[in-house]
Design a protein around this ligand. Structure first.
Ligand SMILES: Cc1cc2nc3c(=O)[nH]c(=O)nc-3n(C[C@H](O)[C@H](O)[C@H](O)COP(=O)(O)OP(=O)(O)OC[C@H]3O[C@@H](n4cnc5c(N)ncnc54)[C@H](O)[C@@H]3O)c2cc1C
Length: 386
């Protein structure tokens, strides 16, 4: 279809990437976000090869390689420091045809904003939508109304448009753990600069991965009840207590991080949902499938959504609703199993059943590196970016 005007609500990774893809297809796009200033949520993100391939497809491959970290190996260590497994990522890269890139979220956001090339309309909180046979109108809290041929609801984990699409309110599920994340300069006493280092034990994780400009993206995970999770203490004191007795690099990291620039997030998931589309309105990204970060696939799924949505709009002349239905079918088949798999993985890592987590620790020590990279490749290749 030609000459469409698309309203996008939400300027996160999903909304911006959809904006880029749809503009490249020749469509008119307006993106709205409720915030006064666009700031990335979180410090870093690991884009696995399927996400990177979407960006390559949009002409952002060389920029991505500039801002991404060179991650050649993964190492699992016991929380006390002993090596469990050392995994060369070369076979994975060869199997899937693209290197993954961990990246600082601020750099990713900047790249996407530049590639979008139009102004994002800020301080526009969408509060309602109406659709009829000729189009859809989004209403904003500030009184503005925007009309288009279709609307992409990329309004994240607490999406208000999800309720409109599903005709019921779906609250995000707390995944049972808290994550802290931030950036620190690369240093040899933390981890080798080309390695994703993961310390595991006591149902917790401490991890470092290289991103561009000689920095590590770090994160810590600790399981806790919702009530405990809501009581945030001083970041360094909390981490020092939770990770007492862990290996020296973990202690060094806790001392070296900047608490002012460290994020603390309660992890949630949404889905699988029974639908992603209603008429001319399509959910995209976390609004449709908020995925526990334990597979590193939530953002990658949002990127895939953007490309698949654009593809179906461009390649049919049977109408918008038809194109969105095709999008919905393909994306539910792909993203819903990823949501479920990531939730199971989150439970396995964080001790929902301590026996299962112990089995995982034992398995890590004996697992062949080829089995680890094979499992990652399977998830990557199950999507549209083969
Ligand atoms: C700790 C953590 C680590 C993660 N690690 C990874 C990883 O390594 N790899 C990976 O692929 N994924 C990862 N993810 C998942 C990834 O961050 C998300 O899947 C991705 O950011 C979703 O993008 P989105 O555009 O759908 O939503 P968001 O980025 O949440 O954007 C939603 C936007 O909508 C705006 N908005 C909301 N409501 C309204 C409204 N009513 N009106 C107007 N605007 C509105 C918001 O202000 C926001 O800008 C991680 C997530 C977490 C929490």
């Amino acid at each position: 279809m030609n000459n469409l005007k698309v309203i996008i609500v939400g300027a996160g990774i999903g909304g911006l990437t959809a904006g880029i893809a749809l503009r490249q297809a020749g469509y008119e796009v307006e993106i709205y976000d409720r915030v006064r200033e666009l700031r990335p949520a979180g410090a870093g993100i690991s884009l696995w090869s399927n996400g990177v391939k979407v960006l390559n497809r949009l002409g952002l491959g060389s920029k991505m390689a500039e801002i991404g970290g060179l991650m050649n190996r993964m190492q699992y260590r016991r929380h006390t420091g002993e090596l469990l497994n050392d995994i060369d990522l070369t076979p994975l890269i060869e199997e899937v045809g693209q290197r993954p890139y961990p990246v600082a979220r601020a750099d990713l956001q900047q790249m996407l904003l530049e590639a979008y090339g139009e102004e994002v309309r800020l301080e526009c909180k969408c509060v309602g939508v109406h659709q009829d046979e000729t189009g859809v109108t989004a209403y904003f809290e500030n009184g503005h109304a925007a009309r288009g041929d279709l609307l992409v609801a990329a309004d994240g984990v607490r999406s208000i448009l999800r309720q409109y699409v599903l005709d019921e309110k779906v609250e995000p599920d707390y995944a049972g753990y808290v994550n802290w994340n931030g950036l620190v300069p690369v240093a040899p006493d933390l981890a080798p600069r080309d390695t994703w280092m993961i310390y595991v034990g006591e149902h917790q994780r401490a991890s470092l991965m290289p991103v561009g400009s000689d920095r590590f993206y770090f994160f810590f995970d600790v399981p806790m009840t919702k009530e405990e999770a809501q009581q945030a203490g001083d970041i360094r004191s909390d981490l020092t207590a939770f990770f007492a007795g862990w290996a020296d690099p973990v202690q060094t990291l806790i001392q070296r991080l900047d608490p002012e620039k460290t994020n603390r997030v309660l992890i949630h998931s949404v889905g699988p949902l029974p639908q992603m589309v209603r008429g001319r309105i399509a959910l995209l990204g976390d609004a449709a499938h908020t995925t526990c970060p334990d597979l590193g696939q939530g953002g990658c799924q949002a990127l895939e959504d953007a490309l698949v949505l654009t593809h179906y709009l461009m390649t049919t002349n049977l109408g918008i609703e038809y194109a969105l239905k095709r999008y919905e079918r393909e994306r539910m088949e792909r993203a819903n199993p990823v949501v479920e798999k990531a939730r199971r993985r989150a439970e396995q890592i964080h001790g929902k059943d301590p026996n299962v987590t112990q089995q995982w620790y034992d398995q890590l020590a004996s697992e062949k590196p080829a089995d680890v990279t094979g499992a990652i490749a399977k998830i990557i290749l199950a999507g549209p970016m083969r």
